[in-house]
Design a protein around this ligand. Structure first.
Ligand code: CAA
Length: 259
């Protein structure tokens, strides 16, 4: 069945897929169905050998304004526990291919957390990032207290989480939350440009490198270095390592196959 709340373009450009969150009337509020559709689409693209990089966007007004407050408002703690709506986020965390968030307008609450779950963030000058859950009597629940703090440090994370204040794209760039800021009409094309550069590399090396960078958040330095070294050695089993190094020696552009 075609998804209702997202639009998927598996080959928007060669080797690049695009998923657009598509609940514009609700500023792309992340209801349960949208997150299930997103999880399933990402899993399918992760399996698709043609795809090397994925761009996730909303629209100009909103990347996503958070989890769907109207859907959550009447729930009990037991409902929340039984539905375990953030389990979809664990599945998205396991996607091996790089995901670039292209953010314009609001990236709030779960929207900010979803952007942070991606591997890189390209933002429009109009982007606003925030964790305003405190203003509705709760707190971030999908990584906001952890990923935001790791990205921007305690001082700014604490202020954003405890006051609900939004930060601009420029502030987010200075704080290290995002990769780049571009004029409003360029946020998507710039994300595709970044994706194209990644798609030109060896897909295997890209996946293993992503896995190793993410390991830095979940391990001691010693464990992370060990993991990195194993992935580095493992890549010598690939055709792409032979091709990449031979192409360097022959002063030509490598042709990577992902084998
Ligand atoms: N959930 C459900 N509906 C939402 C929504 C959300 N998170 N955010 C916006 N909407 C809906 C509004 O209710 C409104 O719908 P109606 O037209 O039916 O009234 C529509 O989207 C447009 O929104 P506004 O009229 O409010 O637009 P605005 O431009 O005046 O304000 C805004 C924009 C500042 C983003 C404001 O909508 C807002 O504050 N949204 C909520 C942000 C928020 O609190 N997010 C955190 C949610 S909790 C969470 O995410 C938990 C977690 O950790 C995962």
């Amino acid at each position: 069945m075609a998804p209702e709340f997202i639009i998927v373009h598996p080959q928007v450009l060669p080797h690049i897929a695009h998923i657009q969150l598509n609940r514009p009337q609700e500023l792309n509020a992340l209801n349960l169905q949208l997150m299930l559709e997103l999880r399933d689409a990402l899993r399918a693209l992760d399996e698709d050998e043609q795809v090397r990089c994925i761009v996730l966007s909303g629209n100009e007004k909103a990347f996503a304004a958070g989890a769907d407050i109207k859907q959550m408002a009447g729930k009990t703690a037991i409902d929340m526990y039984n539905t375990d709506q953030f389990s979809t986020w664990d599945a998205i965390k396991k996607i091996k291919k790089p995901i670039i968030a292209a953010v314009s307008g609001f990236a709030l609450g779960g929207g900010c957390e979803l952007a942070m779950l991606c591997d890189m963030i390209v933002a429009s000058e109009t982007a606003k990032f925030g964790q305003p859950e405190i203003k509705i009597g709760v707190m971030p629940g999908a990584g906001g207290t952890q990923r935001l703090t790791r990205a921007v440090g305690k001082a700014l994370a604490m202020e954003m989480v405890l006051t609900g204040k939004f930060i601009t794209a420029e502030e987010a760039l200075r704080a290290g939350l995002i990769n780049r800021v571009v004029p409003p009409d360029l946020f998507l094309s710039e994300a595709f440009r970044l994706a194209e550069t990644i798609a030109q590399q060896s897909p295997l090396a890209v996946k293993m490198a992503k896995e190793a960078v993410l390991r830095a958040f979940d391990s001691t330095l010693e464990e992370g270095l060990h993991f990195e070294r194993k992935n580095f050695y493992l890549l010598f089993a690939s055709d792409d390592q032979k091709e990449g190094m031979q192409a360097f020696i022959e002063k030509r552009t490598p042709v990577f196959t992902g084998k």
